[in-house]
Design a protein around this ligand. Structure first.
Ligand code: FAD
Length: 144
């Protein structure tokens, strides 16, 4: 079980990378793709979506840095690892969904990396304990 606690930080780091990758790809594409006379990043429907994606990636990074720092300092980190794993894997999945939408039809085509993120991110919400298991752990640590 203690190995799982450490593994959850690794999954959170992996998920943060996927979440940030979705942001980076979406920003690049939003500057390139023109529709209705403007780059699609000009439209707030797109730019707000990408701003929210960046917020999720940043929050995920802070959560896993915190869990890792506690582990390296020899402090208890079970709850923080569970929170980081859940927040980061949900960020990866949500960002993959939104990045796919930014790419439109290309988001569905395997040659584009967001399609790979969409497929790969789901396992991050399952392996090393599902999201529901993380919630059980967090609730248990709260005495519930
Ligand atoms: C590609 C891949 C690689 C894997 N690699 C490894 C590995 O290297 N090592 C390893 O040990 N395992 C590995 N696994 C297994 C993985 O850890 C499990 O699939 C995962 O923990 C979920 O367990 P389960 O599949 O038995 O789902 P189940 O336990 O059957 O859960 C099914 C659903 O019910 C929910 N659920 C279950 N119990 C509760 C409850 N009490 N309250 C609320 N909801 C609940 C779950 O959250 C889930 O949504 C891998 C799985 C995959 C797909």
């Amino acid at each position: 079980l203690s190995i799982l606690d450490e593994g959850r930080i690794a999954i959170a780091a992996l998920a943060t990378g996927a979440a940030q990758g979705c942001v980076d790809e979406a920003v690049k594409y939003a500057k390139e793709r023109t529709a209705f006379g403007h780059n699609i990043g000009h439209y707030q429907g797109i730019s707000f979506k990408i701003a929210r994606m960046q917020t999720r990636a940043h929050t995920a990074r802070l959560a896993y840095y915190d869990a890792a720092a506690r582990m390296l300092a020899g402090k208890p980190f079970k709850t923080e690892a569970a929170i980081a794993k859940m927040v980061a894997s949900e960020a990866a999945m949500d960002n993959a969904r939104d990045a796919t939408q930014v790419f439109g039809g290309y988001g569905f085509i395997n040659e584009f990396s967001v399609a790979r993120h969409y497929r790969d991110s789901k396992i991050l919400e399952i392996g090393e304990g599902t999201t529901e298991v993380q919630l059980m752990l967090i609730a248990r640590e709260l005495g519930l």
